[in-house]
Ligand binder design. Structure first.
Ligand code: SAM
Ligand code: SF4
Length: 341
């Protein structure tokens, strides 16, 4: 049941465990111009276009969440920058920053389209972006992403920094693939003034390979990095699930996202909306709420607000991911590209 707090403005979202929901991640498309091996199978079936919310509908749902207390919003996907006309949504959400209704609008991207969009993202009010890049070796990059081109991503990162965007690099730790490169990548990112975050692979969706072959616990990564670096705990927080340390030798920040070895659910402040208007209250659980029907049923937002409240009252305490040989199947059936990272 809801816990009420007089200091909260009416309509704000507080889950059954007293956590305030102030962060919305929106997957604006399930499509992508890459096919990363840990994220998608090579022959993905994408959603029929008619099931996907229009950009105007996405804007309406985002505005409803902002009215209910969301202060930070991240656009993700699929690849958000491949959705046609996506900048119109970015501009309209950017205006909410100008009016003080939103603190921050961020984007998670594979970087392939950044050279084209970096300036416009900045103009629209975006100040921080995450670029996913698991290796700096062009051949390995092709092998991991199947369809990606490292040169384009690098050019995108250059353009983003030139535009004034603060860039964070996200890398998924992959056993036997990039584990020997992480130190060099951290030095490179920090040398360019970019934070670096390492992510554990999560068991989401069927992929072509066996996840136990990819899984590399970050406790192992961290122990290895400590041979070369002095890691210092720092209080830095971005509102996301990463825990940061400072590296003395580089002067930069290193984040760890460790859903498998260290549960981060207790401080979870976020929910995730898919491009079909489905709201997931937890990345690691199947339970979801449909917001498309209440959105389309009426022009006013009362039905939508009621559906959001009902969904938040079901936000679970946490996920229970396990990757092991015995249960060699994903913890949840949907892919990361559906709910967004
Ligand atoms: N296409 C954009 C990108 O790659 O940044 C945004 C969406 S992508 C799903 C968001 C993040 O999720 C990426 O950093 C990606 O590496 C990560 N990711 C995808 N599948 C994952 C998995 N099974 N486990 C952990 N991270 C995953
Ligand atoms: Fe596309 Fe991002 Fe998934 Fe890679 S991780 S396939 S870039 S959605």
């Amino acid at each position: 049941m809801f816990e009420t707090d007089a200091s909260q403005k009416p309509g704000s979202m507080i889950d059954p465990f007293g956590r305030h929901v102030t962060y919305l991640r929106v997957s604006v498309t399930d499509r992508c111009d890459f096919r990363c091996v840990y994220c998608m199978s090579e022959n993905m079936t994408f959603l029929p276009k008619k099931e996907i919310l229009t950009l105007e509908e996405l804007e309406r749902v985002c505005s409803a969440f902002i009215a209910k207390g969301v202060r930070r919003l991240r656009l993700t996907g699929g690849e958000p920058l491949v959705r046609r006309n996506i900048m119109s949504l970015v501009h309209s959400l950017g205006q909410k920053i100008e009016t003080g209704d939103l603190d921050e609008l961020t984007v998670t991207t594979n970087g392939s389209q950044l050279a084209r969009f970096a300036d416009e993202l900045y103009d629209a009010g975006v100040r921080r972006i995450n670029v996913s890049m698991d290796t700096m070796d062009a051949d390995k990059f092709k092998a991991i992403t199947r369809w990606g081109d490292l040169g384009k991503v690098m050019a995108g990162i250059d353009a983003a920094q030139a535009a004034g965007l603060q860039v964070k690099i996200n890398a998924v730790a992959l056993k036997g693939v990039n584990e020997d490169e992480l130190e060099e990548m951290i030095r490179w990112a920090h040398g360019r003034g970019m934070d670096f975050t390492i992510i554990e692979t999560m068991p989401l969706g069927d992929i072509d390979g066996d996840r136990t072959d990819q899984y590399l616990p970050l406790s192992v990564v961290r122990a290895r990095l400590m041979d070369s670096f002095s890691l210092e705990d720092i209080p830095y927080k971005t509102g996301g699930p990463a825990r940061y340390v400072g590296i003395k030798e580089t002067g930069g920040r290193l984040g760890f996202i460790t859903p498998m070895t260290h549960n981060f659910c207790e401080s979870c402040n976020r929910v995730r909306l898919t491009c079909t208007g489905t709201l997931y209250m937890c990345l690691g659980q199947e339970d979801a709420a449909d917001l498309k029907a209440p959105l389309r049923r009426s022009e006013g937002n009362d039905l939508l607000y009621a559906a959001i409240d009902e969904a938040i009252s079901r936000k679970p305490k946490g996920h229970d991911f396990v990757i092991d040989r015995r249960s060699n199947r994903p913890a949840v059936g949907r892919h990361m590209s559906v709910t967004g990272g």
